[in-house]
Design a protein around this ligand. Structure first.
Ligand code: FAD
Ligand code: NAD
Length: 470
């Protein structure tokens, strides 16, 4: 029988961040996961491999455009085996790194699946075929999420892929249908489009990335018309039939023809919490109607010894949210009076251009009927954006009109994912438009667009003429 103070079930970015902090705080800790090293969905088949491929996609795009700047590299030749090897090497580097950190910290890493016996015990079905019993004072459930695929889109044919299969890059299909114009559909659609596939995106709602502010999405949507073959909005797939020469897809909505043939299909219509943990019913842990484990601000479930974090407890399903929740749960277990109450959780869609937002969005403010002031800086006025030949961008501040306090930041443009961090810090620190305006930003950088947006708020931006009204 293994006996620990803290056991973490699931070794994703939530689970391993929790286990590492627990060990750092001096608690005896075990981490259970079926993979050889910690990493979870994010590192093995999510954030990391997709961003490695997107890096290459961006390079291909820039190489193609370089002739506009006087350098002609010719048509890129893609060596798929080498590209796959690069992506796998990136994953391996990350997972062997987390494996090392497990050893340094003396976390007991148990490769296998956990089943719950009761509020203090687990049975571990280890990958080597053995079974172990584990006793714990506290457990943290961090079992993540899985692709959610409705029955009409479930087709038993390798040419119909989920994100994991698409990341394996089986080939570069001549034609690819991406079902779902969300994070995964647009990111992986971008990869395949840049590698040479004719990509069609089908999205059932009236716009891409539902939930994100439209002015930001519009900038991306405009560029996508050049990279993707077509984007079908307000359209649903009603049937998919495998045939010898492709997947025959029937559509319902604003599309003509209503039946089309594709070499491959990627289904990316959302993810569902992985809360069907064997034995969970033997505890007082409760699961809501959508399958998320219910928790309080301190990430406690209804069972006093069991905490839960990450994708399995709710949206946004993002790696950095999972890690922060994991650290809060551990601090609570260690006796600290803390809670998970961020003012802003950044979201980044790593398309080209990237989209990023944090804190209050304009869409959310409208829904809640909240009074806000918007200050926007178009990247057409940014010297740095011009040097990159990427003026397709926008920086937007969402401010409280009374206190001038920064409530939210929205960005679209090359590198928006890096820029958003300043916005998050400003929101968390309670910064005002004056704080941002008076903070000297380096020139020429895209970070200046945040400062100049604040200047726009006062009608005094150096590079745009927009006098304050009223
Ligand atoms: P996960 O990473 O899902 O890990 C859960 C782990 O628990 C898994 O290893 C699983 O095998 C294990 N497990 C499950 N059941 C058991 C059990 N009974 N016993 C033991 N172990 C178990 N997020 C971002 O923030 N940025 C990105 O760029 C990004 N890109 C993504 C790209 C793709 C293609 C996908 C699919 C997702 C992406 N995400 C991204 C989302 C991100 O991967 C998740 O939000 C994150 O992995 C959630 O972390 P987690 O710790 O909750 O769980
Ligand atoms: P998503 O929720 O981002 O997008 C799914 C899209 O599919 C939505 O736009 C939805 O309207 C559409 N849709 C649903 N059913 C449909 C149907 N039948 N036909 C056509 N369209 C349909 O989900 P996802 O792209 O699968 O990604 C899952 C989650 O993983 C994300 O929400 C995010 O939390 C996480 N993720 C994050 C990143 C990142 O941070 N960069 C990248 C990838 C994934």
């Amino acid at each position: 029988m293994i006996s620990v103070q803290v056991v973490v079930v699931g070794g994703g970015p939530g689970g391993y961040a929790a286990a590492f902090l627990a060990a750092d705080l001096g608690l005896s800790t075990a981490l259970v996961d079926p993979e050889p090293n910690p990493g979870g969905v994010c590192v093995y088949r999510g954030c990391i491999p997709s961003k490695a491929l997107l890096h290459v996609a961006k390079l291909v795009d820039e190489a193609r455009h370089a002739s506009d700047w006087g350098v002609d590299f010719g048509e890129p030749k893609i060596d798929l085996a080498k590209l796959r090897a690069f992506k796998d090497k990136v994953v391996k580097k990350n997972t062997s790194g987390t494996g090392q950190l497990v050893k340094y910290r003396k976390v007991q890493y148990l490769q296998g699946l956990a089943e719950i016996v009761d509020a203090h015990r687990l049975t571990l079905k280890l990958t080597d075929g053995k079974e172990e019993q584990l006793q714990f004072e506290h457990a943290i459930l961090a079992t993540g999420s899985l692709p959610a695929i409705p029955p009409t889109l479930k087709v038993n044919d390798p040419r119909v892929m989920d994100s994991t299969a698409a990341l394996d890059l089986p080939d570069i299909p001549k034609s690819l249908l991406v079902v779902g114009g969300g994070y995964i559909g647009l990111e992986l659609g971008t990869v395949y489009a840049e590698l040479g596939s004719a990509v069609t995106v089908v999205e059932m709602t009236p716009g891409l990335l539902p939930g994100a502010d439209r002015d930001l999405v519009d900038v991306l949507a405009k560029r996508i018309t050049h990279t993707m073959k077509s984007v079908l909005l307000n359209t649903k797939v009603t049937q998919m039939k495998p045939e010898s020469n492709g997947i025959r897809v029937s559509f319902e909505g604003e599309v003509d023809p209503k039946e089309q043939l594709f070499d491959r299909v990627l289904v990316a219509v959302g993810r569902q919490p992985n809360s069907k943990i064997p034995g969970l019913e033997k505890t007082q842990v409760q699961v809501d109607q959508r399958g998320f484990i219910m928790i309080d601000e301190q990430r406690r479930t209804h069972e006093p010894t069991i905490f839960a974090i990450g994708d399995v407890v709710g949206e946004p399903m993002l790696a950095h949210k999972a890690s922060h929740e994991g650290r809060v749960a551990v601090e609570v277990i260690a006796g600290e009076n803390v809670a998970f109450t961020p003012r802003a959780i950044p979201a980044v869609v790593f398309t080209d251009p990237e989209l990023a937002w944090a804190g209050l969005t304009e869409t959310q403010a409208a829904k809640e009927n909240r009074k806000i002031t918007i200050a926007k800086f178009p990247w057409g006025a940014s010297g740095r954006a011009a040097t990159l030949d990427r003026t397709d961008g926008l920086t937007k501040l969402i401010l409280d009109p009374e206190s001038e306090r920064l409530l939210g930041v929205g960005l679209v443009g090359s590198g928006a994912g890096e820029l958003i961090a300043e916005g998050v810090l400003a929101i968390e620190m309670g910064a005002t438009a004056t704080d941002l305006k008076l903070t000297i930003h380096p020139h020429p950088t895209l970070t200046e667009t945040l400062m100049e947006s604040a200047e726009v708020f006062f009608g005094q931006a150096t590079h745009v003429y927009r006098p304050k009204r009223g």
